[in-house]
Design a binder for this molecule. Structure first.
Ligand SMILES: NC(=O)c1ccc[n+]([C@@H]2O[C@H](COP(=O)([O-])OP(=O)(O)OC[C@H]3O[C@@H](n4cnc5c(N)ncnc54)[C@H](OP(=O)(O)O)[C@@H]3O)[C@@H](O)[C@H]2O)c1
Length: 211
């Protein structure tokens, strides 16, 4: 599958390297494709990855990942251009710096804002509740980490669930996009646990238990 990833930082880089390593074609959409850190990422990601503009990443294939800070999401979507029909994965964590809450309007979520800024895109909230290191290596002593995902388009959610499973994470279907409000609070909870326990942020993940 052709996957455009807007942003080539910790999350974009981790997901892009994993998917490229599994045979997907990945195009990182960045502001400066010639930057040394982008060249290093491409060297690490191997022959299935390349870099281009943000608009090129958006046009590259059926799946686009918005791996930028929440504060940059609107600008990145504007730079992306028309995202109609695209499966737009939103991993953003709209968390206030002091962990006192979410930086979104009351009764909404980053994912719903993104859906409003990218009309026609099939937005799926996913990956905001796991660290980039768990995207690289999903194994924990208790089992592999879960990835909660939510969206309004069933086909888009199936594609995202497969992309989650392929890298060894466990997909957990969480209903409509409005439930991104729950997922974003879970992301905040992960930060809180990491800040108040003897573990790094990267060392905290969730796994759903059932019986
Ligand atoms: N790190 C984690 O473990 C983790 C886990 C789950 C979710 N998240 C969320 O995932 C998102 C990405 O996090 P990250 O850790 O990958 O961040 P990061 O390492 O800081 O990377 C951010 C990327 O976004 C790009 N960017 C910044 N402003 C931009 C703009 N206005 N237009 C286009 N591109 C822009 C940066 O490009 P430049 O290099 O040009 O600045 C960089 O490639 C955030 O919303 C974060 O909250 C992070």
């Amino acid at each position: 599958m052709r996957i455009g990833i807007i942003g080539a930082g910790m999350v974009g880089g981790a997901l892009g390297k994993r998917w490229a390593g599994l045979g997907h074609q990945v195009l990182f959409g960045v502001r400066d494709p010639a930057a040394p850190k982008v060249k290093q990422l491409l060297a690490d990601a191997g022959p299935n990855a390349c870099a281009g503009s943000i608009a090129e990443a958006a046009a590259f294939g059926p799946v686009v990942v918005l791996a930028v800070p929440w504060s940059a999401a609107r600008e990145a979507i504007q730079a992306a251009g028309d995202l109609t029909g695209k499966i737009l994965i939103d991993p953003t964590s709209p968390i206030k710096r002091d962990l006192s809450g979410l930086d979104v309007p009351e009764g909404s979520s980053a994912a719903e804002q993104i859906a409003a800024w990218a009309p026609g895109a099939r937005v799926v909230k996913a990956f905001n509740t796991v660290s980039h290191t768990a995207m690289t290596d999903p194994r924990f002593p208790e089992g592999n980490a879960s990835v909660f995902y939510a969206g309004d388009d069933d086909e888009a959610k199936r594609v995202v669930a497969d992309l989650i499973s392929e890298i060894g994470l466990t997909p957990e279907e969480c209903g409509p996009l409005a439930n991104a409000r729950l997922l974003e609070v879970v992301g905040l909870l992960r930060m809180y646990l990491a800040a108040h326990a003897p573990a790094s942020v990267a060392g905290v993940a969730f796994r759903v238990l059932r019986r």
